[in-house]
Design a protein around this ligand. Structure first.
Ligand SMILES: [Ca+2]
Ligand SMILES: [Ca+2]
Length: 235
């Protein structure tokens, strides 16, 4: 009898303990899950770098096509970070500078890009545009929007363009003049440029568009995008 009583007492202590434990777990779950979901939506967690707008300040009509970093900085204040990580140059029609066969005089993150006519056999340069990738490890004055994913590539492609995002009012954190953009796959957050896919748009001014017809194999992956704004324009 005593044994049975003791066992009932122990069971009730166990029960109390479990109910206390469950309450704490439920409380933690209730508090942390929304917080975690909120934080995971915030783009600033993930991108450690982003691409600037494409710049095309010069035409190859004089001595060449001069897309120098010093001139670009002077003409586009605040739009290029102090220490770009990389530079990409393409012709206005989208061909990589490396594939044109032209001899490039400067092509680096210190000087920018220069194609001189006198270095070419036919004395002509293509008209190039350039852009830079910037790292934000040092906490520069960039405020990131949340991730946007308005479309998926089942139709003609994955259309995450800025005009539609603005029109559909997906969020209030899109500034008037984004200076950086970052796109990653929704499924595994692989940076867009590492997927090997070709993009119709990928710029802070237009947003991101991947068209299925531009891909050699398969269709576009599903991407999400976020934009970097000057913190002053967000505040
Ligand atoms: Ca140019
Ligand atoms: Ca998408």
């Amino acid at each position: 009898m005593l044994k049975a009583h003791a066992s009932v007492h122990l069971n009730s202590v166990d029960g109390l303990f479990f109910s206390f434990y469950n309450t704490i777990l439920a409380l933690l779950f209730k508090t942390c899950l929304p917080l975690f979901m909120f934080l995971s939506e915030q783009c600033f967690f993930f991108p450690s770098e982003g691409w600037t707008e494409w710049f095309d300040r010069d035409n190859p009509s004089g001595s060449g096509d001069w897309e120098t970093l010093s001139s670009l900085r002077r003409e586009n204040p605040g739009k290029i970070c102090p220490n770009p990580k990389s530079i990409e140059a393409r012709t206005l029609s989208g061909r990589n500078a490396e594939d044109t066969g032209e001899k490039i005089y400067k092509y680096d993150t210190t000087s920018g890009f220069v194609c001189r006519m006198k270095d070419q056999r036919d004395r002509k340069c293509h008209d190039y545009k350039v852009r830079f990738s910037c790292s934000f490890d040092t906490c520069e004055n960039v405020c990131w929007t949340k991730w946007y994913n308005r479309d998926h590539p089942s139709g003609s492609g994955d259309w995450e363009h800025l005009s539609a995002l603005r029109k559909e009012k997906h969020g209030g954190d899109l500034c008037a003049d984004p200076v950086y953009v970052e796109a990653v796959t929704v499924e595994d957050e692989i940076p867009a440029l590492k997927t090997g896919q070709k993009f119709h748009y990928y710029s802070p001014g237009k947003g991101f568009v991947c068209r299925n017809k531009d891909q050699r194999f398969d269709k576009c992956r599903n991407y999400k995008v976020c934009f970097g704004c000057s913190c002053r324009s967000v505040a």
